[in-house]
Write a protein that binds this ligand. Structure first.
Ligand code: AMP
Ligand code: MG
Length: 317
């Protein structure tokens, strides 16, 4: 059954089959994942991958994450190592992306990984996308389903807000549970967190038992998503603020703030996971209101709070 929007499809076996048919023709669709909604296309097809870049207006030098069903399916495209095996066992399927060395004979379309000798691989947990991956014999390139640099979508309605009717098939998987993009960890050479996410430095350290650095940005673009202005609602953002006013939306966190006309509490319980889940929802709501700018209260920089602050900093650039 279709939704009131003619391009949103409920998650059913019949609709999953329609999705597979579209993907097999190297066309693209929108899929739910536990992090954010994504635009999916056959990672082996240059036609599909080109369509993704074009629709998103994504710079060609920003590579895509390739999504697999399991460790055995990734072996034909990437060289796996011990660190990967350990982390995979603990955190996958889930909101974490691994950078591995690409195999020479890999069929991954060169455009999808920006001609690098590495590929970013992820094993998503959301049931719909997992079921889909189990039924196809190619991996999916899936970046977030938003125009490059804008706010990531966490529901089918958000995807419509970004693209209107430009996408003919959106698979409805409900609200994204994590609400922030995956942790990206480099495992080719030095272990390094390239993008913070729900799986934190502490989580990774517990498994790997080694020192871990976090990428702070350099001229040579390793993980372009980390460098640029991103996740932007299109109005100025000021961090570590104390209040807002009629024209200035105030994003808060924790018990001491009440919700109000211009006050948007990420989590009145003071729960950082809830705050992460609400962040893009609230940024989008403010973007679509009359506010001229956004002030953000201090958000604890621990656990997933590190990722929340990372996204807010870049949204404020
Ligand atoms: P997005 O698809 O918008 O969630 O962003 C994907 C992130 O993964 C971006 O920050 C990319 O730069 C990063 N990424 C993808 N492939 C690679 C790779 N081979 N090496 C380093 N970073 C990558
Ligand atoms: Mg993105």
């Amino acid at each position: 059954m279709k939704n009131i929007y003619s391009n949103i499809y409920k998650n059913s076996p019949k609709n999953l089959n329609i999705a597979i048919k579209i993907l097999k023709k190297n066309n693209i669709i929108v899929v739910p994942t536990e992090t954010v909604y994504g635009i999916a296309g056959n990672a082996y097809s240059k036609y599909a991958v080109k369509k993704i870049y074009k629709l998103k207006n994504r710079p060609k030098k920003n590579p895509l994450i390739i999504h697999y069903r399991d460790i055995s399916s990734v072996k034909k495209d990437a060289k796996i190592n011990d660190r990967f095996k350990k982390l995979y066992k603990k955190f996958s399927p889930g909101p974490i992306t691994y950078i591995l060395e690409k195999k020479k004979k890999s069929k991954i379309c060169k455009l999808a990984n920006a001609k690098l000798n590495t590929i970013a691989v992820r094993f998503p947990k959301h049931n719909s996308i997992r079921n889909l991956l189990k039924k196809i014999d190619f991996p999916l390139a899936i970046p977030s389903a938003n125009i490059a640099g804008k706010i990531s979508p966490v529901s089918p309605g958000d995807v419509i807000d970004e693209f209107g009717k430009k996408i003919s098939f959106i698979l409805d998987g409900g609200r994204s549970q994590v609400g922030l993009e995956s942790t990206v960890v480099n495992l080719f050479g030095k272990t390094k967190i390239l993008r913070p996410g729900a799986i934190t430095k502490k989580h990774l350290k517990e498994v790997l038992r080694e020192r871990l650095t976090t990428f702070k940005g350099s001229k040579k673009i390793r993980s372009p998503g980390l460098l640029k202005k991103h996740y932007s609602p299109g109005i100025p953002i000021k961090l570590n603020s104390k209040k807002g006013n009629n024209k200035v939306a105030f994003i808060t966190f924790g018990k001491k703030y009440k919700n109000g006309k211009n006050i948007f509490n990420l989590s009145s319980k003071g729960n950082l996971n809830e705050a992460a889940k609400n962040l893009y929802k609230i940024l989008r709501k403010i973007k679509n209101s009359q506010f001229k700018s956004i002030n953000v209260a201090k958000i604890p920089n621990k656990g997933i709070g590190v990722a929340i602050n990372d996204r807010l900093r870049r949204a404020a650039k």
